[in-house]
Design a binder for this molecule. Structure first.
Ligand code: GDP
Ligand code: MG
Length: 163
């Protein structure tokens, strides 16, 4: 069976946009409103010659904002636990917010390897957020633009060891 990549992150960072780009079909709903990915979506993805299963998660959306466990839908927890690697996505334009740090702590407590991706990094707009992302403690983020298809070679290089 194909290796699995789970995309994880707070609402609106661009998880579904990347999912759609890698799957090549509009299987995931992209919307400006946070929380529109209502359940776990999976598809067969291709990035250059890498083929893998990809999961678009939404476990940090839509529940009690006061409690991380409240937001941690069982499906997201299971998707990350079952994945060969988690792609932890942050928004390099918005910068790092407390929920990103919480998700980072949660990922660190698990056993799934993590690749940090700083999305919305087209042009130079994302530079401050990219620096802030270093504080999450997952090393240099892969700088991406899911919407414009930038950073795909760097993403390929980061994923390759796990596929
Ligand atoms: P999700 O909630 O993490 O699944 O985020 P979505 O994929 O639904 O995207 C949320 C919003 O961010 C949408 O308006 C997207 O068009 C936008 N977006 C996604 N990727 C990028 C990107 O690379 N650059 C910019 N500027 N916007 C993006
Ligand atoms: Mg989504």
């Amino acid at each position: 069976h194909l290796p699995t990549v789970a995309i994880v992150g707070r609402p609106n960072v661009g998880k579904s946009t990347l999912f759609n780009r890698l799957v090549g079909k509009k299987l995931a709903l992209v919307d400006d409103r946070p929380g529109v990915t209502r359940d776990r979506r999976e598809g067969d993805a291709r990035l250059f010659d890498l083929e893998f299963r990809i999961v678009d998660t939404a476990g940090f959306e839509d529940e009690d904002p006061q409690s991380l466990p409240g937001r941690m839908r069982a499906q997201t927890e299971a998707a990350v636990a079952d994945a060969d690697v988690a792609l932890f996505m942050v928004d390099s334009r918005a910068g790092i917010v407390p929920l990103d740090a919480e998700i980072g702590r949660w990922l660190r407590a698990g056993n799934t390897p993590v690749i940090l991706a700083a999305n919305k990094a087209e042009g130079r707009a994302g530079n401050d957020g990219v620096l802030e992302a270093l504080e999450l403690g997952f090393g240099d983020p892969v700088e991406l633009s899911a919407e414009h298809g930038e950073g795909m070679v760097e993403l390929f290089e980061a994923l390759m060891p796990y596929i």
